[in-house]
Design a protein around this ligand. Structure first.
Ligand code: GAP
Length: 549
């Protein structure tokens, strides 16, 4: 199957700006790289996405689906601080491990990841046969193993090319081979001991100026933003902005167990802002420095963890489909062993084919089997026991109850990004159709659309505006908590429909001459442009039904 030509990201970004979905942060000062604000429609749309997540993960988890063995899926919410005790990040491994080796160009002041030096040399080309292979790129590493790690860790490279496996074929020759699915590619490996990297950096031409000698040696660069608490700005008062919402859940696990009527298996959800000082923020909101996550940590008995992992993986894929990402643009990709994070026993990514990743895919959400890594770490670092006493397990007792079992639960983590989710939904919904009054429109799912409906008088006279106002007030009272209900008496009706289409509004009610005589209105569908006539007193019930789908 051939992949259709990607949609224009420029056009999508222009629409986002024009209709108030997404603005550059601090735009009047020239913007700030990696930060984005949501305008009126974007803010409401993102709230709808967050609410849909909250509804389907916490309040009515998995649409009432039963878990493995017919178990109920039970989840509770939590709201935790952006700033936590620094030891949280020591225990989680973020302070030690959330780093990228960086190289600076002293002349241009550009900074880039050392492992991306490979990408700055000619791109690895894809060859159809082994004989044609030519070494194309250089990776700087102190061992071949490290070079393989660097290439493996370079997700964008792997994903863009759809890399299937990277293996060490000719260690002596310093060459790495990769199977791209469609052919093979090779990289030269410059084996440079860390101590000699300074010398080596001097020999490598700057990718920006082409000159040798302007690159610094690679230096570790933490992705964690930090600040200080209190008046004294010293190391003792250094604190971090969270890079993920997950750890807030782990450190409150005991409190939730002790103060609410939860029993393993159960989940704790947390949504909110996370911060990563990404070296190369890019692709609109896809890789930002401040972004919003919606994470669930689902605690279960170790013996059931694989089943719960499969359960959550399937549900999360179905969920994204249900809110509008169905089709070939959405895939579930199981990580290969060498790609797993240090804590993970298994991870699958829900990936979307964004216009800027096409024909490859970009991660929307990761579903990770984290084992008992986090609870173990926090138990060790805090000295506070994190184990769980399960009264329903262990040997049966004569009185019919059970002896109980003490264990550290295993954790399945569906970790979604709301900004990437919103962006995927906008990209998927963005449609061009030159035959329509507005050639660009947004097919947003009614649950996600920021404007739920519009009520228009066909003309701004003859009693129509008054009827429209009344219906608008009625619909706003009933559905205003879900999103905007618009009304607009001015301009031609075609122009008003076009404006709503472009903003992703799924339904328009129009009051016309027949409304006044027959108590009916037209209901127009955004995607087909078709209209049906319905009784005006049926309008609220019909809209309610359509918004639930
Ligand atoms: N607790 C696990 C965790 O944070 P992750 O894959 O690093 O896992 C989860 O992040 C999700 O957060 C990603 O799938 C993505 O949607 C979103 N995300 C991560 N970094 C992001 C960034 N720099 N900009 C926007 N979204 C990001």
């Amino acid at each position: 199957m051939t992949t259709p030509a990607p949609k224009s990201m420029d056009a999508i970004m222009a629409l986002c700006k024009r209709r108030g979905f997404i603005y550059q942060a601090s735009e009047i000062y020239g913007g700030i790289n990696g930060f984005w604000d949501y305008g009126p429609l974007g803010a409401q749309m993102k709230k709808n996405l967050r609410d849909a997540w909250w509804q389907d993960m916490i309040l009515s988890p998995c649409w009432g689906r039963k878990g493995p063995g017919g178990q109920r899926v039970h989840c509770v919410p939590l709201e935790t601080c952006i700033i936590q005790h620094p030891k949280v990040w020591e225990a989680s491994g973020h302070i030690a491990g959330f780093n990228d080796p960086m190289v600076d160009d002293k002349e241009t002041k550009q900074r880039f990841r050392a492992d991306q030096l490979s990408g700055l040399f000619p791109e690895p080309s894809i060859h159809s046969s082994l004989e044609q292979i030519r070494p194309q790129c250089t990776v700087i590493a102190s061992t071949v193993g490290e070079a393989i790690e660097l290439l493996s860790a370079d997700k964008s490279l792997r994903k863009a090319a759809g890399v299937r496996a990277i293996g060490q074929s000719f260690p002596d020759a310093g060459v790495i081979e990769a199977d791209f699915g469609t052919g093979m590619a090779r990289w030269n490996v410059a084996l440079v001991p860390m101590s000699l990297l300074r010398d080596h950096a001097r020999d490598v031409p700057s990718p920006y100026t082409g000159k040798k000698g302007s690159l610094t040696e690679p230096r570790q660069f933490s992705l964690m933003f930090f600040t200080y608490t209190g008046a004294v700005l010293d190391e003792d008062n250094k604190v971090y902005l969270r890079p993920e919402t997950a750890q807030g859940i782990f450190v409150q696990f005991k409190n939730v167990v002790d103060t609410s009527r939860v029993k393993v298996p159960f989940g704790i959800g947390n949504t909110g802002r996370s911060f990563r000082n990404e070296i190369t923020p890019r692709n609109f909101t896809f890789r930002s420095r401040e972004f919003e996550q919606a994470e669930l940590e689902f605690f279960c008995h170790p013996s059931e963890s694989q089943d719960w992992y499969a359960f959550w993986r399937d549900f999360r894929m179905d969920w994204w489909k249900a809110i509008g990402l169905a089709g070939d643009n959405l895939i579930l990709r199981e990580h290969e062993k060498d790609e797993l994070s240090h804590y993970s026993i298994g991870t699958s990514d829900v990936e979307y084919r964004f216009p800027f990743t096409s024909p490859g895919f970009g991660e929307l959400e990761g579903i990770a089997h984290r084992g008992c890594f986090d609870l173990t770490q926090h138990q060790q670092h805090s000295g506070v026991k994190q184990d769980y006493f399960d009264q329903e397990r262990g040997d049966p007792l004569p009185n019919g109850s059970r002896k109980g079992e003490r264990y550290l639960p295993h954790v399945i983590e569906p970790a979604a990004g709301l900004d990437r989710g919103a962006l995927a939904l906008i990209c998927e919904g963005y449609t061009r159709d030159e035959s329509r009054p507005s050639p660009e429109f947004l097919k947003l799912h009614p649950r996600i659309a920021p404007i739920k409906a519009a009520v228009f008088p066909l003309v701004n006279k003859d009693g129509m505006p008054e009827v429209a106002e009344k219906l608008h007030a009625d619909l706003s009272r009933r559905f205003g908590h879900l999103g905007f209900i618009e009304t607009d008496p001015k301009q031609s009706i075609g122009k008003r429909y076009a404006r709503m289409d472009e903003a992703g509004c799924p339904f328009c009610f129009t009051i016309d001459g027949d409304t006044l005589t027959g108590q009916t209105v037209t209901l127009r569908d955004r995607d087909t442009g078709q209209q049906q006539r319905i009784a005006i007193d049926q309008a609220p019930a019909m809209l309610g039904e359509k918004l639930q789908r």
